[in-house]
Design a protein around this ligand. Structure first.
Ligand code: PRP
Length: 179
């Protein structure tokens, strides 16, 4: 696989160590309760798959497909649903699982969409938080890593659907124009 323009930002071992810490905190906070995890596709599924196996809780899992309009390294700020929930979250303790919180446009949208289903509680866990680019006044309840303003791929995150399978979170450096 070509990895010429990729630089490891957070290695796989550190990711898994941090996920175990997050899972311990979440398991403690929700002790004795059933938690409905809502994974936001596509980017969250790798994170969700590892997180769920470290949770010492009774959980269920649903997915919500969400995509930003426009592709590339700059999101457009518009969001659309590509796959709806297959189960009711009304009255449930819902924990949204996201790969990255960037501008916050997706989170703000999700708060409205999921909040309208009247869950008992609505919290969120993100693997990566990039506060430098925030345009919306939102935050995650549980954060794996706060990262600088760089375009990251791997561990579920993509560029034009590529690189989701990388085990590390990597910075994607733009290709240099050929001379
Ligand atoms: C990514 C990511 C978040 C969103 C965060 O999704 O998974 O959902 O962007 O960005 P924001 O805070 O600026 O809204 P993307 O639209 O790239 O789709 P994907 O999950 O299918 O890769």
């Amino acid at each position: 696989m070509q990895r010429d323009n990729l630089e490891v930002l957070i290695g796989a071992d550190r990711i898994h160590e941090r996920i175990r810490e997050l899972a311990a905190q979440i398991s403690n906070d929700y002790r004795g309760r059933h938690v409905c995890l809502v994974g936001i596709l596509k980017g969250s599924w790798v994170f969700l798959a590892d997180l769920i196996r470290s949770l010492d809780l009774e959980v269920s899992v649903s997915f919500l497909g969400v995509a930003s309009y426009g592709k590339g390294t700059k999101p457009s700020g518009e969001v659309k649903i590509t796959l709806d929930l297959d189960d009711s979250i009304e009255g449930k303790d819902v924990l949204v699982v996201e790969d990255i919180l960037d501008t916050g446009e997706t989170f703000r949208y999700l708060q409205g969409v999921l909040g309208a289903h009247q869950p008992r509680t609505l919290r969120s866990v993100v693997l990566l938080d990039k506060p430098a680019r925030r345009t919306q006044p939102v935050h995650a309840d549980y954060v794996g890593f706060t990262i600088p303003d760089a375009f990251v791929v791997g561990y579920g995150l993509d560029f034009a659907q590529k690189y989701r399978n990388l085990p590390d979170v990597c910075v994607l450096h733009p290709e240099q124009p050929k001379a």
